[in-house]
Design a protein around this ligand. Structure first.
Ligand code: ATP
Length: 257
């Protein structure tokens, strides 16, 4: 059974058809690339999967359950987390607090317990603290736990977003242009990080990315979207050698790469 399945999904905004009759599925623990030119509909697909938008037509199935039209909170709880193209952190909070805000939804104590700091509260808070540090260590932010989120360089803010998404304990992670604004060294580092978290947390990942070297490095299978429609789906070798894709999206330098 596929982990996620989109069946003939269409999304229109007024007269604009942002996504048109798109179908694809992802298997457990694979990394799939989702590529296409600006405005092709990639982020809209993420917004449909995460419940930000409801499909105009079609169905979205996750772990065999139809989640079409479910609200974003229940979709996150069901195991789908994402990062955003435009980083969305709590800027004024510390790096650690950015993770703790996510983990605190797990804390099962009430206000009364918290006010008199029962041993249960202390125990739970210690557990959440340790868990926060674990996620920060995984993405390499241990040295920055007390820094304000907005004081971090851009590349590290993106890693913090990934850590925050991991703290939601997802099965499916949607990464929306995680390498945007990164230099080549940072891209290499990011590729290693994505491989590491996939392995460590048994994640399935869908990756939207314009850095083709990152996509080719990470994604054995790639979906190509053009004007809201699926142009092709194939292995990275097939995508790399497909003439229309080459010319339209990758540039000539990827021919025979
Ligand atoms: P990019 O690579 O630039 O991020 P994209 O492939 O993610 O592009 P989308 O952001 O999904 O593309 O946009 C697809 C189309 O849908 C565009 O024409 C966009 O203007 C339109 N669109 C997306 N969201 C809305 C909205 N809320 N209202 C109206 N039109 C929208």
């Amino acid at each position: 059974m596929p982990l996620l399945e989109l069946k003939n999904v269409t999304k229109t905004f007024g007269g604009i058809v942002a996504v048109k009759d798109v179908s694809f599925s992802t298997e457990s623990e694979e990394i799939v690339g989702l590529i296409g030119p600006n405005g092709a509909g990639k982020t809209t697909i993420f917004n449909l999967i995460t419940g930000v938008y409801k499909p105009t037509e079609g169905n979205i199935v996750f772990e065999g359950q139809d989640i079409t039209g479910s609200n974003p909170v229940s979709i996150v709880k069901g195991g789908i987390a994402r990062t955003f193209q435009n980083i969305r952190l709590f800027n004024k909070l510390s790096v650690l607090e950015n993770i703790r805000t996510v983990l605190y939804r797990e804390a099962d104590y009430n206000l009364g317990n918290a006010l008199i700091r029962t041993p249960k509260v202390t125990r739970i808070e210690k557990k959440l603290y340790d868990k926060s540090l674990e996620y920060l260590e995984v993405v390499g932010l241990t040295d920055y736990v007390n820094n304000r989120a907005d004081s971090l360089p851009y590349g590290l803010q993106r890693k913090l977003e990934i850590a925050r998404a991991l703290a939601l304990d997802p099965k499916l992670l949607l990464l929306d242009e995680p390498a945007a604004g990164m230099n080549p060294d940072e891209c290499i580092d990011l590729v290693e990080l994505i491989m590491k978290i996939r392995e460590k947390y048994n994640l399935t990942i869908i990756l939207i990315e314009h850095h083709m070297d990152v996509v080719m490095e990470l994604c054995p299978r790639i979906l190509v979207i053009n004007f809201g429609e699926m142009l092709m789906e194939g292995t990275k070798q097939e995508v790399q050698t497909h003439p229309r894709v080459l010319r339209a999206y990758l540039g000539e330098e990827y021919i025979n790469a």
